[in-house]
Design a protein. Structure first.
Length: 330
């Protein structure tokens, strides 16, 4: 049974709807997240803060009483991150959307730069960076000229995390997160870019990512590892099939992203299983699906190097030995 409790909201159309997804973490982290939004230069009528409690064992609503005039609180049956975000999308009324995980927060000085971009440039999407260390966040940053989303996707690697996107809500159309899978962001963000007429990218570190132990991305249980890998494979196949239905320019853009994700998938198999037999079996599946060998494209130096190495048994053996010794770039 789904239940909800709403706290008062603004009657005017906000500039940004902030969708905070919450599940069973210390309430102090949630309130820090809310405070980071309240500290921004947005007036009360310019912001909408929606807290989606995805069926936590204990509701935090009593401890949110001081925020009664600032947030909308919704409690629903546990359905996972995708369901919680989709509920937030359904409820949001702002011109722009921003997802924030409840254990993370926005960094005021740098996020204000992102707000200035939508205030003065009216881009469909603003992409920004994240950090897990706020001791030395640069206050000077580079911001690229706005380009169509397809053009950006066709010439750049993509930041997968949906929380690093501030985007116009009406470009979503029917796009939603797929429930029940890991890597939902990697399926969502390239489709978001394809819908955007104007995209602005900045290296401003505007989002604090709290790397907690035992999170989904750091879980070492074998079953969780296999599910993460299987779900990533499903996302790759879905995007690859989608690319076949698109006009040429959009198809080429999405195929680049598919190749990136496939490279990352192979990398994760090596790093998370350290099992050559398992790797060979998965590469055989990719080969049957037309996803391997990786396409011969000059995407990046790293991509060209990785493609050459994976094209031979010797190269794969070297990767199996060398990659675990190399710290992965963020």
């Amino acid at each position: 049974m789904q239940t909800e409790q709403m706290l008062p909201k603004n009657s005017q159309t906000p500039i940004v709807s902030f969708v905070i997804t919450y599940y069973d973490i210390p309430v102090a982290l949630l309130t820090k997240c809310i405070d980071s939004i309240l500290s921004l230069s947005l007036r009360p009528d310019e912001r909408e803060i929606i807290v989606i409690d995805d069926g936590s064992p204990t509701s935090p609503v009593a401890e949110l009483a001081p925020y009664i005039n600032d947030i909308i609180y919704v409690r629903q049956q546990n359905g996972g991150l995708s369901e919680a975000r989709n509920r937030g999308i359904q409820m949001a009324s702002g011109e722009y959307l921003q997802f924030v995980d409840a254990d993370d927060y926005l960094i005021r000085a740098t996020y204000e730069h992102c707000l200035d971009i939508i205030r003065f440039q009216k881009n469909d999407v603003v992409m920004f960076d994240f950090t897990d260390n706020t001791d030395d966040v640069p206050l000077t940053f580079d911001t690229e000229t706005s380009v169509p989303g397809t053009q950006y996707l066709n010439h750049n690697n993509l930041q997968a995390a949906a929380c690093c996107y501030l985007f116009r809500r009406n470009i979503l159309g029917s796009l939603r997160f797929t429930p029940g899978i890991y890597h939902e962001d990697e399926e969502f963000t390239p489709q978001l870019l394809l819908r955007a007429e104007t995209v602005c990218s900045t290296d401003a570190q505007a989002y604090f990512y709290n790397q907690r132990p035992h999170s989904i991305t750091t879980e070492t249980d074998v079953r969780k590892i296999i599910k993460r890998l299987d779900d990533k494979h499903k996302v790759i196949k879905k995007l690859d099939l989608m690319a076949d239905t698109l006009p040429l320019v959009e198809r080429m853009a999405l195929q680049r992203r598919v190749a990136q994700l496939t490279m990352d998938y192979i990398y994760n198999i090596i790093m998370q299983t350290r099992n050559r037999h398992f790797l060979d079996r998965k590469l055989s599946v990719l080969r049957r699906e037309g996803l391997f060998p990786l396409p011969d494209r000059n995407y990046t130096t790293k991509y060209k190097w990785f493609r050459r190495m994976t094209n031979s048994s010797l190269g794969l053996s070297i990767l199996m030995r060398a990659l675990p010794l190399i710290k992965k770039e963020r």
